[in-house]
Design a protein around this ligand. Sequence first.
Ligand SMILES: [Zn+2]
Length: 131
Amino acid sequence: MPVKHPTNNICPICAVEPDTVRHFFVDCPLKFVFWQQAFSTTFTTSSLSSDNIWDLLHLHITDGNRPWSTHLSHIGLILQTIWSMHWRSVFHNLPWHPHIASQFYQNLLSRHPFVSSRQNTQNQFGAQLPQ
Ligand SMILES: [Zn+2]
């Protein structure tokens, strides 16, 4: 992808920051807003930092006994949304729009057979984020 669609090392979404892996998934300001929205919808918390998200993606979480499969499914759908919306913007020259990203994510959630309802995930995740 980077060879076929060079970006001159500048993020094509915000057009400001260098396009690193961490920026691609977490630090791009527009994507970070989406992370906050997705977390507030799914886990009833939006008070997380980009470092929290990055640690989460590296599974730096201090809770060895919790069944993480549901949480990881949500995070997988968030990552799928970021990936799809990123390349939608690049290939179709469309701006990143948080509302469209949220709709895409909600659509994925509604069709995912292994993601439990919001009631089952409330108050289980926010307190477990790394400090
Ligand atoms: Zn960016």
